[in-house]
Design a protein around this ligand. Structure first.
Ligand SMILES: [Zn+2]
Length: 75
């Protein structure tokens, strides 16, 4: 089994686990990651460490406090 296969298996597990999660805040996610999430329906990792599938319009949610703090540290 190749590393890629192992990783995609792990991702599939995560997808199942988070399938029904309804995010109530807008997380900050690196742009390339969020595009990949939208296109492939795979979970993305937000700055705060939350993993979720970006299927909704994040603009209608308040910005995640954890992500905001993390972004402040990075800037
Ligand atoms: Zn967040």
């Amino acid at each position: 089994m190749t590393v890629t296969e192992v990783v995609s298996e792990i991702i599939e597990d995560v997808v199942e686990e988070f399938e029904f999660e309804e995010p109530s805040v807008a997380h900050i996610v690196p742009k390339d990651d969020i595009m990949n999430g939208y296109i492939n329906g795979v979970p993305v990792l937000a700055l705060c460490g939350t993993r979720f599938i970006p299927t909704r319009d994040p603009n209608k949610f308040p910005l995640c406090e954890g992500c905001k703090e993390r972004l402040g540290e990075l800037l």
